[in-house]
Design a protein around this ligand. Structure first.
Ligand code: ADP
Length: 447
């Protein structure tokens, strides 16, 4: 029941009383008892109606009180949210004079809350940015808004910091902008992170460029070094061929050493050249069909004398119904030479076995097994990383660049295959190369 309804109710009671009074005035004495009865009945009804109205009014009062309390609690909640919000909240006039501010805003601006009231916000903006700030403020007064507007804030006492401002204008009924609501967030940490990312990006670009130059330099140097090495190897081979006729044994021995060292050096130079080409993405595959069983046998024969020098058995087992493969023969030969040379290098007694087999209709595998020093489980993944030589004391004296497996791994991946290794320290290792029988042409182009 609202106030109007209650007034209506009162009027009704008043009218009834008026009617009764009028009837009393107009009645004869003889009619009084009946009048009295009617009056009492009217009075009882009116009293009852009044009581109901009063009860409704009381209930409404209670509801009103409870609503008032809820509204007050909500107001208090919003006030607290405003007060303790982590970002600075400010309300200014349309001309930017501060009228309200929460604690965070006072903290950010480095001034006590009560001194903040009535101050123009612009005095907390760094000198260099005030002009731009004024221009934006004029636009905001026209009714615009801003999101994440980055400014440099100069607090009263502290050093400048980067802040992001979000501003909305508040209009009155005549659609005139009367105030502005501001959110101010300290974005120093974000700015620093952005700056770091920019620096890292720049460093990354510089590193990439340095790496490219390094690869270019290596490719150039290796090429330049290979030419004289070929002359050294060629001429020492010529000298050795004539040794029976002209060379005394001591000199023949020296020439043999020159030849061996020359070959070793040439191998290392070639590895560096290959690696730098792979790094620079300048190594292309030369695809053709070839007999993989024949390739395995040729390669093994090439290295047999090395194995014999160490009295190692060298076995081949070819279980291929169809030995035809379409891939890069020279690169697969290079990978096999590297794996077999390593097997010989790291095996002092026992045997080296090569097994070629069909994994499926379209995949073949060649495994190189040795009974050598083996590789620790924890080192198995590292051996494919460039310049990585394990257990330095054991392997350093064996020479090498630490590039052979890195190159083999990359070459095999270029050939759409993969190299797997299994090993037991002290018992030997098995390196297995898996290849597609036919390299998909479009994949080769992509790689
Ligand atoms: P390196 O030119 O030093 O032989 P590789 O990349 O071919 O370089 O080999 C890297 C390292 O992996 C070797 O130095 C050696 O420690 C280990 N390794 C490779 N093959 C074998 C193997 N068959 N048995 C034991 N260790 C091996």
């Amino acid at each position: 029941m609202n106030t109007n309804e209650f007034t209506q109710q009162m009027k009704k009671v008043y009218n009834r009383a008026g009617n009764l009074y009028q009837r009393a005035g107009e009645s004869h004495v003889i009619e009084y008892p009946a009048l009295l009865v009617d009056s009492l009945e009217e009075l009882r009804t009116s009293l009852e109606e009044l009581r109901v109205a009063e009860e409704e009014l009381r209930q409404q009062n209670e509801e009103l009180q409870s609503t008032r309390e809820t509204v007050e609690a909500e107001r208090q909640r919003y006030q607290e949210l405003f007060e303790f919000a982590p970002d600075g909240y400010l309300v200014t006039d349309a001309d930017g004079t501060i009228r309200e501010a929460n604690r965070a805003a006072a903290d950010l601006l480095g001034i006590a809350h009560n001194y903040l009231m009535g101050k123009p916000l612009i005095i907390f903006i760094s000198q260099e940015e005030r002009r731009a700030f004024r221009t934006k403020l004029l636009r905001l007064r026209e009714g615009g808004s801003e999101r994440e507007w980055e400014v440099v804030v100069k607090p009263r006492r502290d050093n400048c910091f980067h802040a992001a401002l979000t501003v909305a204008s508040v209009r009155d009924r005549q659609d005139k902008v009367v105030s502005l609501r501001w959110i101010m967030r300290d974005i120093t940490a974000r700015k620093e992170a952005e700056e770091k990312i920019r620096t890292y990006h720049l460093q990354n670009l510089q590193l990439q460029e340095a790496s490219r130059l390094k690869s270019q330099f290596l490719a150039l140097m290796s090429h330049e070094l290979r030419t004289p090495m070929n002359a050294i190897i060629g001429f020492s081979q010529l000298l050795l061929r004539q040794r029976n006729h002209h060379l005394p044994p001591s000199q023949a021995n020296m020439v043999e050493r020159i030849l061996n060292s020359g070959k070793h050096l040439l191998k290392m130079i070639e590895e560096i050249l290959d690696f730098s080409k792979l790094e620079a993405g300048r190594l292309d595959l030369d695809l053709a069909e070839f007999n993989v069983a024949a390739l395995v046998m040729e390669t093994v024969e090439e290295l047999r004398c090395l194995a014999e020098q160490k009295q190692l058995e060298l076995n081949i087992q070819c279980c291929l119904d169809n030995p035809c493969v379409v891939n890069d023969k020279a690169r697969l030969r290079q990978v096999l030479i590297n794996l077999i040379s390593n097997a010989i290098k790291f095996t002092d007694s026992g045997s080296i076995s090569l097994e070629a087999q069909e994994l499926s209709d379209n995949r073949v595998a060649i495994a190189v097994k040795d009974t050598g020093i083996g590789i620790d489980q924890s080192d198995l993944q590292q051996i494919f990383q460039e310049f990585r030589q394990l257990n330095q004391s054991l392997t350093r004296d064996k020479g090498g660049t630490g590039l052979g497996l890195a190159i083999s791994d990359r070459l095999v991946r270029m050939m759409q295959g993969k190299i797997k290794v299994e090993s037991q320290l002290g018992e030997g290792s098995t390196f297995q190369v898996e290849l597609p029988r036919q390299i998909p042409v479009e994949l080769e182009v992509l790689s």
